[in-house]
Design a protein around this ligand. Sequence first.
Ligand code: DC
Length: 227
Amino acid sequence: MQIIIAIDGHSSCGKSTLAKGLAKALHYAYLDTGAMYRAVTLYFLDHGVDYRDAAAVEQALKEIEIHFERIDGKNHTFLNGEDVEYKIREMRVSDLVSPVSTVSAVRRAMVAQQKAMGNRRGIVADGRDIGTVVFPDAELKIFLTADLDVRTSRRHLELASRGIDAEWDEIQENLQERDRIDSSRTDSPLRKADDAVIIDNTLLSEEDQLDKALELVRERLKAKLKH
Ligand code: DC
């Protein structure tokens, strides 16, 4: 028996680390929905598509194909056949992805694809609207939070480890601005689902966080067995 696990939360609070850890431990599929919005944003940047131009967005969405492939055990995002896993993490994409994600046509296209990918259980998805919109019937919903300085340092380290040079202040501003836009947009804003469990991982190690989540998974599986 398998369940759907939905993880939402602010930018850079460790959602993907937790989601990947859970997927590995449970042998579930991992769905990185942020990567999809990032891939759309990369396409818009490279093709000069203005996200405020409804006709141009509509046309571009018809030309965009996104899928995931596992390479050396890691999840890679493909945009129209090209591996863009690293490009989509660049600051130029991070700076535009939140405005692009406010566009309803973009959200409709991404959510439809995400729902299709989750038509079987045994999936861990992370993003901003997973527990509220994409998988409202997920058996386990987690809302992750962490202190802003800790989140900035983690993102700084992550980018540095990929050879991407970005200032600490620039990263923090980007996180704050994305949180602001993601939480205040009209179409499916980031918010905790009523039935989500909050985990604040500011002082938790990756292992502690994973253990906590696995405990919740065991609870949910037990409850499902009883029904
Ligand atoms: O998880 P991430 O930082 O890679 O996500 C990048 C942006 O994509 C995020 O700032 C808002 C948008 N996003 C969204 O609107 N809905 C999702 N389910 C996932 C991401």
